[in-house]
Design a protein around this ligand. Structure first.
Ligand SMILES: C[S@@+](CC[C@H](N)C(=O)[O-])C[C@H]1O[C@@H](n2cnc3c(N)ncnc32)[C@H](O)[C@@H]1O
Length: 204
């Protein structure tokens, strides 16, 4: 990582640490429907998605759930390194705007596009098929998103879904079953961060 990206990641790490500390002290405090929370994947998952996406050749990367842009920095860096591009989707305009500002600070703005709206509705409008997906929004939308992006997967596409371990939400559990039932998918859960399901698509 270059100095600009490291500085931006350090700033996020400080905010993520504060948010987790506040959440530990008051688990139900500040519950505003997620409008002001980072809920970021954290450094281990960030590093892993960067490694996986960097390994692809000019990947078209889809992030579902931008939030304030932490995981997007890792993905945009991978896009820059591999000649790819990221589209990231978020329902809240102010979160997307903050994320955009941070990618500008990191020098990565040329490698990522920010879409605002409901991901389930926007996925069918993607201009290209995708090679890498980070699925990280409300868990009840994991299966609807899977159904929307599955027809858009290129052969060899990698999907990473977050929050699959610990007190996994019913939507995440349903997603684990649904993704494994999709033709051409192989899948494994890894104890990285909050638990990630890593899946690969290879048409039969
Ligand atoms: C867990 S956070 C994403 C964290 C982010 N990936 C990171 O690591 O920095 C989930 C985000 O999904 C957004 N979201 C929820 N429902 C959505 C929808 N239908 N379409 C797009 N974004 C949505 C929330 O507003 C929230 O910011």
């Amino acid at each position: 990582m270059d100095d600009k990206i490291s500085a931006v990641l350090d700033a996020y790490h400080e905010k993520i640490r504060e948010e987790r500390e506040n959440h530990r002290k008051s688990p139900s405090g500040g519950d505003d429907g997620g409008q002001n929370r980072f809920m970021a994947v954290g450094p281990d998952t960030g590093q892993l998605i960067n490694i996986l996406a960097r390994n692809l050749n000019s990947p078209s990367i889809l992030e579902i759930g931008t939030s304030f842009g932490y995981s997007g920095i890792w993905l945009a860096e991978a896009a820059r390194a591999s000649g790819g591009r990221v589209i990231t989707m978020e329902r809240y305009e102010h979160k997307s705007a903050y994320a955009k500002e941070m990618t500008q600070k990191a020098g990565l703005a040329d490698h990522i596009d920010f879409w605002v709206g409901d991901a389930v509705e926007m996925i069918p409008a993607l201009p290209d098929k995708v090679d890498f997906v980070l699925l990280d929004l409300w868990k009840d939308l994991y299966v609807p998103c899977l159904e929307a992006f599955y027809p858009k997967l290129n052969p060899g596409a990698i999907i990473v879904a977050d929050n699959m371990l610990g007190r996994a939400a019913p939507g995440a559990i349903a997603y684990g079953k649904a993704v494994r039932a999709m033709p051409g998918i192989t899948s494994v859960v890894l104890p990285v961060g909050s638990g990630i399901e890593v899946s690969r698509y290879e048409p039969r």
